[in-house]
Write a protein that binds this ligand. Structure first.
Ligand code: HSE
Length: 337
Protein backbone atom coordinates (compact mmCIF):
# COMPACT_ATOMS: atom_id res chain seq x y z
CA UNK A 1 0.00 0.00 0.00
CA UNK A 2 1.25 3.44 -0.97
CA UNK A 3 -0.03 6.41 1.01
CA UNK A 4 -0.25 9.67 -0.89
CA UNK A 5 -0.61 13.34 -0.01
CA UNK A 6 -1.88 15.39 -2.94
CA UNK A 7 -1.04 19.11 -3.05
CA UNK A 8 -3.40 21.02 -5.29
CA UNK A 9 -6.84 19.93 -6.47
CA UNK A 10 -7.13 21.80 -9.75
CA UNK A 11 -7.48 20.23 -13.19
CA UNK A 12 -4.48 17.91 -12.80
CA UNK A 13 -5.23 16.92 -9.18
CA UNK A 14 -8.85 16.11 -10.05
CA UNK A 15 -7.84 14.21 -13.18
CA UNK A 16 -5.43 12.16 -11.08
CA UNK A 17 -8.23 11.32 -8.61
CA UNK A 18 -10.45 10.25 -11.54
CA UNK A 19 -7.66 8.16 -12.98
CA UNK A 20 -7.14 6.34 -9.68
CA UNK A 21 -10.86 5.63 -9.45
CA UNK A 22 -11.11 4.28 -12.98
CA UNK A 23 -7.88 2.26 -12.85
CA UNK A 24 -7.84 0.93 -9.28
CA UNK A 25 -8.60 -2.68 -10.24
CA UNK A 26 -6.07 -3.06 -13.02
CA UNK A 27 -3.40 -1.09 -11.12
CA UNK A 28 -3.60 -3.73 -8.44
CA UNK A 29 -3.98 -6.70 -10.77
CA UNK A 30 -1.23 -5.70 -13.21
CA UNK A 31 1.17 -3.78 -11.01
CA UNK A 32 0.31 -4.71 -7.41
CA UNK A 33 -0.21 -0.99 -6.78
CA UNK A 34 -2.73 -0.01 -4.11
CA UNK A 35 -2.52 3.75 -3.76
CA UNK A 36 -4.36 5.32 -0.85
CA UNK A 37 -4.78 9.10 -0.87
CA UNK A 38 -4.64 10.11 2.81
CA UNK A 39 -4.48 13.88 2.43
CA UNK A 40 -5.47 16.48 -0.17
CA UNK A 41 -5.16 20.22 0.15
CA UNK A 42 -5.32 23.31 -2.00
CA UNK A 43 -5.18 27.02 -1.26
CA UNK A 44 -8.75 26.98 0.06
CA UNK A 45 -9.36 23.73 1.89
CA UNK A 46 -8.24 20.25 2.78
CA UNK A 47 -9.36 16.70 3.42
CA UNK A 48 -7.59 14.02 5.42
CA UNK A 49 -8.21 10.40 6.30
CA UNK A 50 -5.57 7.89 7.27
CA UNK A 51 -7.99 5.17 6.15
CA UNK A 52 -8.08 6.74 2.65
CA UNK A 53 -10.09 9.62 1.27
CA UNK A 54 -13.25 8.74 -0.65
CA UNK A 55 -12.12 10.25 -3.96
CA UNK A 56 -15.54 10.04 -5.53
CA UNK A 57 -17.02 12.11 -2.71
CA UNK A 58 -14.08 14.50 -2.84
CA UNK A 59 -14.64 15.08 -6.58
CA UNK A 60 -18.36 15.59 -5.98
CA UNK A 61 -17.63 18.10 -3.22
CA UNK A 62 -15.29 20.03 -5.50
CA UNK A 63 -17.87 20.03 -8.30
CA UNK A 64 -20.70 21.15 -6.04
CA UNK A 65 -18.95 23.84 -3.99
CA UNK A 66 -15.93 24.74 -6.12
CA UNK A 67 -13.60 23.68 -3.30
CA UNK A 68 -13.08 20.73 -0.95
CA UNK A 69 -13.76 22.45 2.39
CA UNK A 70 -17.09 20.64 2.86
CA UNK A 71 -15.61 17.15 2.47
CA UNK A 72 -15.59 16.87 6.25
CA UNK A 73 -18.77 17.69 8.12
CA UNK A 74 -16.89 19.74 10.65
CA UNK A 75 -14.60 22.63 9.72
CA UNK A 76 -11.38 20.66 10.01
CA UNK A 77 -8.99 22.42 7.64
CA UNK A 78 -5.34 21.54 7.80
CA UNK A 79 -2.57 23.82 6.65
CA UNK A 80 -0.69 22.17 3.78
CA UNK A 81 2.75 22.23 5.35
CA UNK A 82 1.36 20.98 8.68
CA UNK A 83 -0.30 18.12 6.82
CA UNK A 84 2.99 17.15 5.15
CA UNK A 85 4.84 17.37 8.47
CA UNK A 86 2.20 15.56 10.50
CA UNK A 87 0.73 12.84 8.30
CA UNK A 88 2.28 9.48 7.54
CA UNK A 89 2.61 8.96 3.79
CA UNK A 90 5.13 7.53 1.36
CA UNK A 91 4.58 9.87 -1.59
CA UNK A 92 3.85 13.56 -2.04
CA UNK A 93 2.29 14.66 -5.33
CA UNK A 94 2.78 18.35 -6.03
CA UNK A 95 0.34 19.90 -8.52
CA UNK A 96 0.08 23.53 -7.38
CA UNK A 97 0.65 26.19 -10.08
CA UNK A 98 4.18 26.92 -11.30
CA UNK A 99 5.70 30.29 -10.55
CA UNK A 100 9.19 31.40 -11.48
CA UNK A 101 9.72 34.11 -8.85
CA UNK A 102 10.09 32.05 -5.68
CA UNK A 103 8.48 28.74 -6.75
CA UNK A 104 6.21 28.82 -3.71
CA UNK A 105 4.21 27.15 -2.30
CA UNK A 106 5.46 24.11 -4.24
CA UNK A 107 9.09 24.56 -3.18
CA UNK A 108 8.27 24.33 0.54
CA UNK A 109 6.00 21.33 -0.02
CA UNK A 110 8.71 19.44 -1.89
CA UNK A 111 11.59 20.33 0.43
CA UNK A 112 9.58 19.55 3.59
CA UNK A 113 8.43 16.20 2.20
CA UNK A 114 11.91 15.11 1.09
CA UNK A 115 13.46 16.12 4.42
CA UNK A 116 10.84 13.92 6.06
CA UNK A 117 11.80 10.97 3.87
CA UNK A 118 8.88 11.07 1.45
CA UNK A 119 9.23 10.41 -2.27
CA UNK A 120 8.00 13.28 -4.43
CA UNK A 121 6.25 13.51 -7.78
CA UNK A 122 5.95 17.05 -9.09
CA UNK A 123 4.19 18.38 -12.15
CA UNK A 124 4.88 21.87 -10.85
CA UNK A 125 7.85 23.17 -12.84
CA UNK A 126 8.65 26.20 -10.65
CA UNK A 127 10.82 24.47 -8.03
CA UNK A 128 12.78 22.57 -10.69
CA UNK A 129 13.27 25.65 -12.86
CA UNK A 130 14.69 27.61 -9.95
CA UNK A 131 16.63 24.92 -8.12
CA UNK A 132 16.93 21.66 -10.04
CA UNK A 133 20.53 20.90 -8.96
CA UNK A 134 19.96 21.49 -5.26
CA UNK A 135 16.62 19.64 -5.19
CA UNK A 136 18.30 16.63 -6.77
CA UNK A 137 21.04 16.76 -4.15
CA UNK A 138 18.44 16.98 -1.41
CA UNK A 139 16.68 13.91 -2.81
CA UNK A 140 19.91 11.93 -2.88
CA UNK A 141 20.90 13.09 0.62
CA UNK A 142 17.52 12.01 2.01
CA UNK A 143 17.49 8.79 -0.06
CA UNK A 144 14.16 9.58 -1.68
CA UNK A 145 13.03 9.69 -5.27
CA UNK A 146 12.11 12.93 -6.97
CA UNK A 147 10.06 12.32 -10.14
CA UNK A 148 8.83 14.89 -12.65
CA UNK A 149 7.77 13.13 -15.90
CA UNK A 150 4.76 15.39 -16.38
CA UNK A 151 6.75 18.63 -16.31
CA UNK A 152 7.93 18.25 -19.92
CA UNK A 153 5.59 17.00 -22.62
CA UNK A 154 2.61 16.35 -20.31
CA UNK A 155 1.68 12.73 -20.94
CA UNK A 156 4.28 12.30 -23.72
CA UNK A 157 7.27 10.59 -22.08
CA UNK A 158 9.96 12.88 -23.47
CA UNK A 159 12.24 12.78 -20.42
CA UNK A 160 11.94 9.05 -20.06
CA UNK A 161 12.67 8.50 -23.73
CA UNK A 162 15.88 10.53 -23.69
CA UNK A 163 17.10 9.21 -20.36
CA UNK A 164 16.13 5.56 -20.62
CA UNK A 165 15.30 4.53 -24.18
CA UNK A 166 18.45 6.27 -25.43
CA UNK A 167 20.59 5.05 -22.52
CA UNK A 168 24.19 4.50 -23.49
CA UNK A 169 23.84 7.03 -26.30
CA UNK A 170 25.35 10.48 -26.08
CA UNK A 171 22.78 13.14 -26.87
CA UNK A 172 24.77 15.94 -28.44
CA UNK A 173 22.02 18.54 -28.71
CA UNK A 174 18.27 18.88 -28.91
CA UNK A 175 15.66 21.39 -29.99
CA UNK A 176 11.94 21.39 -29.40
CA UNK A 177 8.57 23.04 -29.32
CA UNK A 178 7.79 22.69 -25.64
CA UNK A 179 4.88 25.08 -25.16
CA UNK A 180 1.53 24.17 -26.69
CA UNK A 181 -0.15 27.54 -26.17
CA UNK A 182 2.40 29.56 -28.14
CA UNK A 183 2.43 26.89 -30.83
CA UNK A 184 -1.34 27.22 -31.12
CA UNK A 185 -1.05 31.02 -31.38
CA UNK A 186 1.71 30.83 -34.02
CA UNK A 187 -0.28 28.23 -35.99
CA UNK A 188 -3.31 30.54 -36.00
CA UNK A 189 -1.15 33.47 -37.07
CA UNK A 190 0.13 31.39 -39.96
CA UNK A 191 -3.52 30.88 -40.92
CA UNK A 192 -4.02 34.66 -41.08
CA UNK A 193 -4.85 35.89 -37.54
CA UNK A 194 -2.98 38.73 -35.86
CA UNK A 195 -1.13 38.03 -32.59
CA UNK A 196 -3.97 39.66 -30.61
CA UNK A 197 -6.69 37.63 -32.35
CA UNK A 198 -4.76 34.39 -31.95
CA UNK A 199 -4.12 35.10 -28.26
CA UNK A 200 -7.82 35.81 -27.70
CA UNK A 201 -8.76 32.56 -29.39
CA UNK A 202 -6.26 30.62 -27.24
CA UNK A 203 -7.67 32.30 -24.11
CA UNK A 204 -11.21 31.30 -25.11
CA UNK A 205 -10.13 27.69 -25.56
CA UNK A 206 -8.66 27.74 -22.05
CA UNK A 207 -5.10 27.06 -23.21
CA UNK A 208 -3.39 30.13 -21.80
CA UNK A 209 -1.98 30.02 -18.25
CA UNK A 210 -3.69 32.27 -15.66
CA UNK A 211 -0.53 34.39 -15.80
CA UNK A 212 -0.31 34.52 -19.59
CA UNK A 213 3.21 35.91 -19.56
CA UNK A 214 4.40 32.42 -18.54
CA UNK A 215 3.39 31.14 -21.99
CA UNK A 216 3.81 34.22 -24.16
CA UNK A 217 7.17 35.38 -22.82
CA UNK A 218 8.68 31.91 -22.90
CA UNK A 219 9.01 31.19 -19.15
CA UNK A 220 7.19 27.87 -19.46
CA UNK A 221 9.39 26.72 -22.35
CA UNK A 222 12.49 27.95 -20.49
CA UNK A 223 11.51 25.99 -17.36
CA UNK A 224 11.13 22.85 -19.47
CA UNK A 225 14.51 23.51 -21.08
CA UNK A 226 16.10 23.75 -17.61
CA UNK A 227 14.62 20.38 -16.66
CA UNK A 228 15.79 18.73 -19.90
CA UNK A 229 19.29 20.23 -19.65
CA UNK A 230 19.78 19.02 -16.08
CA UNK A 231 18.23 15.61 -16.51
CA UNK A 232 19.46 14.64 -19.94
CA UNK A 233 22.66 16.63 -20.44
CA UNK A 234 23.83 16.60 -16.78
CA UNK A 235 24.10 20.38 -16.81
CA UNK A 236 23.72 22.21 -13.52
CA UNK A 237 21.56 25.11 -14.63
CA UNK A 238 18.52 27.11 -13.55
CA UNK A 239 16.13 29.41 -15.40
CA UNK A 240 18.61 32.30 -15.03
CA UNK A 241 20.93 30.49 -17.46
CA UNK A 242 18.39 30.47 -20.29
CA UNK A 243 18.48 33.14 -23.00
CA UNK A 244 14.78 33.80 -23.42
CA UNK A 245 12.67 35.65 -25.98
CA UNK A 246 8.92 35.04 -26.20
CA UNK A 247 6.51 35.46 -29.13
CA UNK A 248 5.05 38.87 -28.20
CA UNK A 249 6.91 40.65 -31.00
CA UNK A 250 6.34 38.09 -33.76
CA UNK A 251 4.44 39.84 -36.54
CA UNK A 252 2.30 38.59 -39.39
CA UNK A 253 5.00 39.77 -41.81
CA UNK A 254 7.64 37.62 -39.98
CA UNK A 255 5.35 34.66 -40.54
CA UNK A 256 4.72 35.54 -44.19
CA UNK A 257 8.47 35.91 -44.81
CA UNK A 258 9.11 32.52 -43.22
CA UNK A 259 6.35 30.98 -45.31
CA UNK A 260 7.90 32.27 -48.53
CA UNK A 261 11.03 30.32 -47.48
CA UNK A 262 8.86 27.18 -46.91
CA UNK A 263 9.30 27.70 -43.16
CA UNK A 264 7.07 28.36 -40.17
CA UNK A 265 7.91 30.51 -37.15
CA UNK A 266 8.04 28.35 -34.00
CA UNK A 267 9.03 29.04 -30.40
CA UNK A 268 12.08 26.80 -30.16
CA UNK A 269 13.83 25.72 -26.98
CA UNK A 270 17.29 24.47 -27.80
CA UNK A 271 20.33 23.07 -26.11
CA UNK A 272 23.35 23.39 -28.31
CA UNK A 273 26.26 25.51 -27.24
CA UNK A 274 23.74 27.79 -25.52
CA UNK A 275 20.46 27.21 -23.80
CA UNK A 276 17.95 29.37 -25.61
CA UNK A 277 14.22 29.89 -26.08
CA UNK A 278 13.30 32.11 -29.03
CA UNK A 279 11.06 32.29 -32.11
CA UNK A 280 12.84 30.74 -35.07
CA UNK A 281 12.12 29.65 -38.63
CA UNK A 282 11.66 25.89 -39.01
CA UNK A 283 11.33 24.22 -42.44
CA UNK A 284 7.76 23.03 -42.96
CA UNK A 285 8.94 19.55 -43.90
CA UNK A 286 11.01 19.15 -40.70
CA UNK A 287 9.33 16.58 -38.38
CA UNK A 288 9.70 19.18 -35.62
CA UNK A 289 7.33 21.52 -37.43
CA UNK A 290 4.10 20.42 -35.70
CA UNK A 291 0.99 22.58 -35.49
CA UNK A 292 -1.79 23.44 -33.04
CA UNK A 293 -1.11 22.67 -29.38
CA UNK A 294 1.26 19.80 -30.15
CA UNK A 295 4.76 19.59 -28.67
CA UNK A 296 7.73 18.04 -30.47
CA UNK A 297 11.38 17.53 -29.68
CA UNK A 298 14.27 16.34 -31.80
CA UNK A 299 17.25 14.69 -30.11
CA UNK A 300 20.54 14.61 -32.02
CA UNK A 301 22.56 11.70 -30.72
CA UNK A 302 26.07 10.58 -31.54
CA UNK A 303 25.30 7.17 -33.03
CA UNK A 304 21.52 6.94 -33.51
CA UNK A 305 21.15 10.21 -35.38
CA UNK A 306 18.06 12.39 -35.15
CA UNK A 307 14.89 11.25 -33.48
CA UNK A 308 11.76 13.30 -33.01
CA UNK A 309 8.99 12.70 -30.50
CA UNK A 310 5.63 14.33 -31.03
CA UNK A 311 2.70 14.43 -28.63
CA UNK A 312 0.27 16.46 -26.62
CA UNK A 313 2.20 18.51 -24.08
CA UNK A 314 -0.60 19.46 -21.74
CA UNK A 315 -4.05 18.43 -20.51
CA UNK A 316 -5.37 17.21 -17.18
CA UNK A 317 -5.71 13.51 -17.97
CA UNK A 318 -2.48 13.42 -19.97
CA UNK A 319 -0.53 14.94 -17.08
CA UNK A 320 -2.32 12.70 -14.57
CA UNK A 321 -1.17 9.68 -16.57
CA UNK A 322 2.44 10.89 -16.21
CA UNK A 323 1.93 10.99 -12.43
CA UNK A 324 0.74 7.41 -12.53
CA UNK A 325 3.85 6.45 -14.49
CA UNK A 326 6.04 8.08 -11.83
CA UNK A 327 4.09 6.33 -9.10
CA UNK A 328 4.71 2.96 -10.72
CA UNK A 329 8.43 3.78 -11.01
CA UNK A 330 8.57 4.72 -7.34
CA UNK A 331 6.86 1.50 -6.36
CA UNK A 332 9.30 -0.50 -8.47
CA UNK A 333 12.30 1.27 -6.95
CA UNK A 334 10.92 0.82 -3.44
CA UNK A 335 10.66 -2.90 -4.12
CA UNK A 336 14.36 -3.00 -4.99
CA UNK A 337 15.55 -1.42 -1.74
N1 HSE B 1 1.05 26.28 -20.67
C1 HSE B 1 1.67 25.05 -21.01
C2 HSE B 1 1.63 24.86 -22.51
C3 HSE B 1 0.98 23.93 -20.30
O1 HSE B 1 0.93 25.62 -23.18
O2 HSE B 1 2.33 24.00 -23.04
C4 HSE B 1 1.79 22.70 -20.13
O3 HSE B 1 2.96 22.88 -19.38
Amino acid sequence: MLRIILCGFGVVGQSFAKLLLSRSEDLYAKHGLKPRVVGVFDSVGSATSSAGIDLERLLETKKKYGNIRKYHNKERQANGLDMIKGMEAEVLIETTPSNYKDAEPGMSHIVTAMKKGMHVITVNKGPLALAFPSLMELAIYNQVQLKFSGTVGGGTPILDYAKNSLRGERIVSFQGILNGTTNYILTNMAAGMTFGEALDDARKKGYVEADESLDIDGFDAAAKLVILANWIMDMKVTIKDIKRTGIRNVTVSDIKRASSNHCAVKLIASCNRDLEVSPREVPKDDPLCVNGTLNAITFNSEHSGQQTIIGRGAGGMETASSILRDLLDIKQEMGRV
